[in-house]
Write a protein that binds this ligand. Structure first.
Ligand code: KG4
Ligand code: ZN
Length: 362
């Protein structure tokens, strides 16, 4: 396969509880994308059950690929490359996507590539740029990326596409996880981040100031430290909730105060990361980047410091196939690809942990 002839790349995402596929076209960008969420399946357990996730991916992935192709008016013979999430994520769930991608690629005689889930998130804000070859539209390198999802919270310095330096990460819960656990405490469903944000809007005028909650690891002693910790914030919300009368208004006020403390913490850390690196370009990505308070506060911050903020559109914040198709496309056109027979006896076909710093530059 000539890498110059890579026009249509199918992306497959199965790292957790979303079965998602999309097609990235060299000229038109994302031409089709489909997501099937398993949220209802896991809701009654209050979290993702790995074995159920794998089994549901098996049931849903092939029909979803057919649906995605027919929406784009393509058949599988129009595909020039396959990208799938190789990790990090749930091994069983990842294996479903990887095996289907590799088998399809092998039978169609096209290249495949295992993509890093977090690189997918991180590049999602670039999906809507009109012309990727127009350097003036891309964030200037180096830029800082805040990656906030259900499993990760990281500040990363991006020297070039594919070259990532970890500046800080959470030492306990991820930001999305803290949203979900707080939502559960307040009696909301799983995952509850988006519902908690909605509930926060029902608080009274100064809802976000009603309860004083900590901004962990932002104190003076941590001035040069870009790590995060959210377990103390979670405990503070629990104590506040236990002491309250648990009225609907108090519940909404606690949700607003939690969201405010969380957003404030993320904001302080972003500001410090930008100052310390002398950078004024910020990219945010991952499920929590859908949060409207976070988006608006970061927009204000970047206006204040006369910098640029790059945000993914809402549907590309949480897990999706578009980001995997896109990251895969960028690498496949550079000739990067897997050995399509490597899945025979390959223990590293998918990985639950995978440092971003190990990636090849694009
Ligand atoms: O990136 P993602 O889909 O999955 C992982 O890779 O982890 O992120 C999911 C996380 C969940 O914790 C969910 O509650 C959170 O993103 N989330 C939100 C919002 N929408 C999704 N958190 C806060 N506000 C939102 N609007
Ligand atoms: Zn994700």
């Amino acid at each position: 396969m000539n890498k110059d002839r890579i026009n249509n790349v199918l992306g497959i995402e199965t790292s957790c509880d979303e079965t998602a596929v999309a097609i990235y076209n060299k000229t038109d960008g994302i031409i089709s994308h489909k997501i099937y969420s398993q949220a209802d399946l896991h809701a009654k357990y209050g979290g993702v059950v790995p074995e159920l996730a794998s089994r549901d991916h098996i049931r849903k992935l092939l029909p979803l690929i057919d649906e995605c192709l027919s929406h784009a008016n393509l058949t599988k013979y129009d595909l020039d490359g396959l990208a799938y999430t190789r990790g990090p994520g749930l091994i069983g769930a990842l294996l479903v996507g990887a095996m289907i991608a590799k088998t399809l690629a092998y039978s169609l005689r096209i290249p495949s590539l295992g993509v890093h889930h977090l690189e997918g998130h991180l590049l999602a804000p670039l999906l809507d740029l009109p012309d990727l070859n127009d350097q003036s539209k891309l964030p200037k390198f180096p830029f800082i990326a805040l990656l906030v999802s259900g499993g990760h919270t990281m500040l990363i310095k991006v020297a070039k596409l594919g070259q990532y330096e970890l500046l800080g990460e959470t030492i306990d819960d991820a930001a999305g996880e803290a949203f979900d656990k707080t939502a559960k405490l307040l009696g909301l469903g799983y995952p509850g981040g988006a519902d908690l944000a909605k509930l926060a809007l029902q608080g009274d005028k100064n809802a976000a100031m009603q309860y004083v909650l900590p901004r962990p690891m932002t104190e003076k002693a941590y001035k040069n430290n870009l790590d995060f910790s959210f377990s103390g914030l979670k405990t503070a919300v629990l104590t506040t909730w236990q002491k309250s009368q648990k009225t609907p208004l108090e519940k909404a006020n606690i949700a607003a105060s939690f969201q405010h403390a969380m957003v404030d913490t993320l904001l302080i850390k972003c500001k410090r990361a930008l100052e310390q690196t002398n950078v004024n370009q910020l990219v945010i990505a991952g499920g929590v980047s859908a949060n409207l308070e976070l988006r608006s506060k970061l927009t204000n911050l970047m206006q204040e410091i006369k910098g640029e903020l790059y945000l993914p559109r809402q549907e590309y914040c949480t897990d999706n196939g578009a980001m995997i198709a896109f990251a895969g496309f960028l690498r496949l056109v550079k000739g990067q690809q897997d050995n399509n027979l490597s899945f025979v006896n390959n223990e590293n076909l998918v990985v639950s942990r995978w440092p971003l710093s190990e990636l090849m530059p694009i």
